[in-house]
Every structure is written in C-alpha cells, then in structure tokens.
Design a protein around this ligand. Structure first.
Ligand code: C5P
Length: 402
C-alpha cells in the first residue's frame, strides 16, 4: 500500500503508522510532499518501510521507470496521513503538481484520508466542500479527525486519528468479504399519493440504507438499491432503481430478490396508502373531508414467508420503535421470519448521520454504541457475513456475472 504523507505536524505520527503497517505484514511504499519533508526526514520513512521514499516528480533516478505511475498502479490502498487542508484541496482540484498528488490522480486504488488541521480550518465550508467532492467520487474514505488538543493551541476537532485507528480503517477498506454476493437494499421513505400533488410520507432520509448499499459495494457485493424519494447521491458501485409507493417497491423488490443472496430492508415502508388516490387535485371548498386508507402489504414479511427452507436470501429488517425496543425486535424476527433485525429508536435513527442500534438475531442480541450510519452499516454487514457463512454449503456465492 501507499502511505502519502502531507505537511502537518502530525506527520510524526505517520512514522508510527508506517511502522505498524509494516509490522502487520503490509508492503508499504511512502511518498511525501515537500512540506512533509520539513517535518520528518524521508530517511525515517525509508528506514521504517525498507523502501525508497518518493519525494519528487523531477527526480531523474526515481522517475527512470515512470515511478509515479508504478506507485499508482501497484498499490491496493493509498493512505493520506496527515491529509492537510491544502493537500485535500489539491487532490479535490485534480492537481498533479508534486509526486503525492500525481500518484493520487493516477491511481485507481481506494484512498483513505486521515485529515489533520486546525479546528477552524476543519470547519471551514471550503474544506468541507473539497472533502465532500472527494467522498462523492466513491474511491475516497476518511478516518477522523478526532477531538482534542491541537498543536496550534486550539482545542477541538482536527487531531489526526491515532495510528492504530488508521490501521483498522485501512483493514476495513481492504475487506472484500461480499465478493460475488448479490445484495439488495431498500432505502428511504415510500410516499403514497393522495392526488397528483400531495402524498403521505414519513421522516426517513434514506441515509441508513444508502450507507448499507455503499458499504456492501465497497466490500465487493453487486448492489441493487431500491430507493424511495431521497435527496441523496447514488452510492458509487450501486445500481439504483427509484420508486414512490409501497406497491412499486414490492414489485421491484420481487424482481431483484429472486437472485439475491442478501436483502436489507432499510426502507421505511408506509403501512397504509390512500384507498383511491384522486386523479385530479383535491379542492379545499368541499369543507371537512376524510381520507380512507388501506393497509399496504408487509413486503418484508412476504419475502420471509416465501423463502424456501428459510435460507437464501439472508433477510435483514429494521425496527424503528419508541418503546420496548428489544421485545418488539424479537417479535419481528419471528413474525416476519427474518434473520436479523436492526432495532433503533425513532428519535435517534431518523434523519441524522448517527444511529444507535440493537442487532437482534436468533443467536442473541448485540447492543451497539452510538456511531455513524456508515460504521453501523459495516457492523450490520459483519453480521450478514456471519449469517452467510453459517449457511455453509447451502449458500455458495453465486457465480459472478459474465
Ligand atoms: O412492522 P414494521 O413496519 O415496524 O417493520 C419494519 C420493517 O419492515 C422494516 O425493515 C421495513 O422495511 C419493513 N416493512 C415492509 N413492508 C411494510 C412495512 C414495513 O417491508 N409494509
């Protein structure tokens, strides 16, 4: 893997990071910006990695074999630590003005950024916009920054993640345990039309389902995302089908689930829909009015009931509750015949970037701390992988598409 070191004081921690990666058996090549070399000597990284350090695009001997393209091609993961505000901006702008940015421009490998900077720089909307641009690309991920004392004297967000945290994040980036698996994820609300301009909806933002779709794609799965209306960008690597109402979601899901190894029902499917949506806009002058509702089919329960022998696909449901979280989740597990229920409280899970959940399966209950939806998505998929392997020979990976 490539360790690209930016010019920040936390570059000294990257030396420790390099050492730890090598200790765990990684082959690490290092590249440094010019500013990074003012903080730590290239010789430090050469000694720790056992390999020559790339410091310049203009070095005749380094570039004798077009070294920057070799570095871009031969590494399965790039780690940028510290990722300074300046380095993030240069990468986001597509610049190739030194060996680090040029390698990152040329590589197709996943890139893990470990931002480190002053708290006010970190909060600057320009820095955040640059970072968002990279994250939308799908090849980039971030770890940290953490909160604490900063070298500049401020206290706040901006500390580079600790070397061990970066190593763990790197291991997560390299995991391909869903390779060859077809994963279907539903996400977002369903909206049930009342007339051509009005609908019944709910507060689901779609973020949890999109996080699961993104994590599954990153872990090698072929992902189909069936989404109600959201304002989110399609996760890189996922194939997305947009739907509105529960009935449309049910149709699309039936099609996709037929060849799925895993179905994750993160969508907040409406329990009711208007009995007869009006073809024209309803007028106010009718005075007090009534809306007749009919129940929607329980899509997840239908899938659960249809599974032959209860094996493929692995079914994951969500339970948003306001009380008796665990008891309700256990009930859902049995009633809907699913393998795993992710139970969370409505007041925590809806809308935000974080969630706090119980993972309830027949094997037991795992209470997770509050974490980002991205992290929770990975924890859910860890359980899914266990369930897939518990299926043993009954659940061989499907042959990859030709
Ligand atoms: O029973 P409840 O609606 O609380 O269950 C939530 C789970 O069931 C979610 O995974 C949701 O996607 C799914 N569901 C469904 N069809 C419905 C309602 C909920 O598949 N009509």
């Amino acid at each position: 893997m490539l360790l690209a070191v930016g010019g920040g004081i936390s570059a000294y921690k990257s030396a420790e990071l390099c050492r730890e990666l090598v200790r765990r058996g990684a082959i690490v090549s290092c590249a440094m910006t010019r500013a990074a070399q003012s903080f730590v000597a290239p010789l430090t990284f050469q000694a720790l990695s056992g390999r020559r350090v790339a410091t310049s695009l203009m070095d005749a001997s380094e570039e004798a074999e077009i070294g920057h393209i070799r570095l871009a091609d031969e590494n399965d993961l790039c780690i940028v630590a510290p990722a300074t505000a300046n380095l993030i901006a240069r990468i986001a702008a597509g610049m190739g003005d030194d060996v680090v940015t040029t390698v990152l421009l040329a590589t197709r490998a996943r890139t893990l950024l470990a931002p480190a900077m002053n708290v006010n720089m970190w909060r600057n909307p320009i820095v955040q916009a640059n970072l968002r641009r990279l994250l939308e690309d799908g090849r980039f991920e971030t770890i940290g920054p953490g909160v604490g004392d900063l070298a500049c004297g401020w206290v706040g967000e901006g500390r580079m993640a600790e070397p061990l945290e970066i190593v763990e994040a790197a291991q997560r980036c390299l995991r391909r345990d869903l390779e060859g698996r077809a994963v279907v994820v539903t996400a977002g609300p369903t909206v049930e039309d009342i007339d051509p301009v009005r609908f019944l909806g709910n507060r689901s933002s779609g973020r949890m389902g999109y996080a699961v779709a993104q994590a599954a794609a990153r872990r090698g799965a072929k992902v189909t995302l069936i989404s109600g209306p959201t304002s989110l960008a399609t996760p890189p690597g996922a194939e997305r089908t947009d739907v509105r109402g529960a009935l449309e979601m049910r149709d699309q899901l039936a099609r996709a689930a037929a060849s799925a190894d895993v179905v994750v029902m993160a969508a907040a499917v409406a329990d009711y829909r208007p009995a007869s949506p009006s073809p024209s806009k309803l007028k106010r002058d009718v005075g007090t009015t009534q809306l007749d509702l009919v129940p929607n089919p329980d899509i997840l329960a239908e899938l659960g009931a249809r599974r032959d022998g209860g094996r493929l696909p692995v079914l994951v449901g969500f339970a948003v509750e306001t009380e008796d979280l665990e008891a309700n989740a256990r009930q859902k597990l049995e009633k809907k015949k699913v393998d795993l229920v992710v139970a969370n409280r409505a007041e925590v899970g809806f809308g935000g970037a974080e969630n706090e959940a119980l993972l309830v399966s027949r094997e037991g209950v795992q209470a997770l701390a509050r974490m980002s939806k991205d992290d929770l998505a990975d924890r859910i998929l860890d359980r899914v992988c266990e369930l897939l392997s518990a299926g043993g020979s009954a659940t061989p990976p499907r042959a990859p598409p030709p």
